[in-house]
Design a protein. Structure first.
Length: 268
């Protein structure tokens, strides 16, 4: 809570509500942000620990907290997109959460970058951006999961504010630097999230699947590197993967990660 209070100004009542949450509640800002932030802090610590023990060929870190915070606090961050319904003081206090989590991520990168080799390529990518939904969250003590395809209605002991005021925008973020990446390079065509995997494979000297939707962003990579490591292809990586078969029914109802994804509407 001490860390979260540096990111957002909560009242005593809001702090108590966040602390009381034992699991993420669908579209409930205080609970999904709590579990998202705590999960991210774990990922951050694991990545730093790994890099202190030696650098792998590739490492990926999921900075998950931006997503739940933008989904549920967007109306405080951009109150002008939601006319006639947001208290000025709440917008001032809680609207800080959105830019603050980006600043937190920048600060984390400042701790991560000194631990990697100078020739390492660092990519920061998001699969989407955010925009206002135009719908303000509302108070309820009954959370209905049926619109998500989940046959469940959850009754809470006391009313909470639920709703997604922030929704996905098609434009995301792609930043690359280090190693053979050309500083200030311009894209030949508008890149997409599908281009990230082929580009990473090419940088690792691994073949790109011909069945992949994206392309290698060759225009951001130094020609000398591409000449020394030409992009090569395989028909499909599916040909090399033996899919494990499971028998019987696996009970995942209590799995925390699945519960978290359900709370944001990502899976049914």
């Amino acid at each position: 809570m001490e860390e979260i209070e540096k990111l957002v100004e909560l009242t005593d009542t809001e702090k108590a509500e966040m602390l009381a949450a034992k699991k993420p509640i669908f579209a409930h800002g205080l609970s999904v942000s709590k579990f998202g932030y705590c999960a991210q802090r774990s990922y951050e610590s694991i990545a730093l620990h790994m890099l202190e023990r030696g650098q792998p060929d590739m490492s990926m870190i999921f900075l998950i907290a931006v997503d739940p915070i933008c989904h549920t606090f967007w109306h405080y961050y951009k109150p002008e997109q939601f006319p006639g319904g947001i208290e000025i003081d709440k917008a001032r206090r809680l609207g800080k959460f959105v830019p603050a989590i980006y600043e937190h991520n920048n600060h984390y990168l400042s701790k991560l970058l000194p631990k990697i080799d100078v020739n390492t390529v660092v990519i920061v990518a998001s699969d989407h951006g955010f925009q206002g939904s135009g719908r303000l969250p509302g108070q309820t003590n009954i959370v209905d999961y049926r619109p998500l395809g989940i046959n469940r209605i959850e009754k809470l002991q006391r009313p909470v504010t639920v709703g997604m005021s922030g929704i996905h925008h098609i434009d995301g973020t792609f930043i690359a630097t280090g190693g053979p990446i050309i500083p200030g390079a311009e894209f030949r065509t508008q890149p997409s999230i599908a281009d990230v995997t082929p580009t990473i494979l090419a940088l690792l000297g691994l073949p790109v699947g011909k069945d992949m939707a994206g392309r290698v962003l060759e225009e951001i990579i130094e020609p000398k590197f591409l000449a020394e490591h030409p992009v090569n292809y395989v028909d499909s990586y599916e040909n090399y993967i033996k899919h494990q078969q499971f028998e019987g029914v696996v009970d995942v109802a209590e799995d925390k990660q699945l519960e978290y994804l359900r709370s944001l509407g990502y899976i049914k």
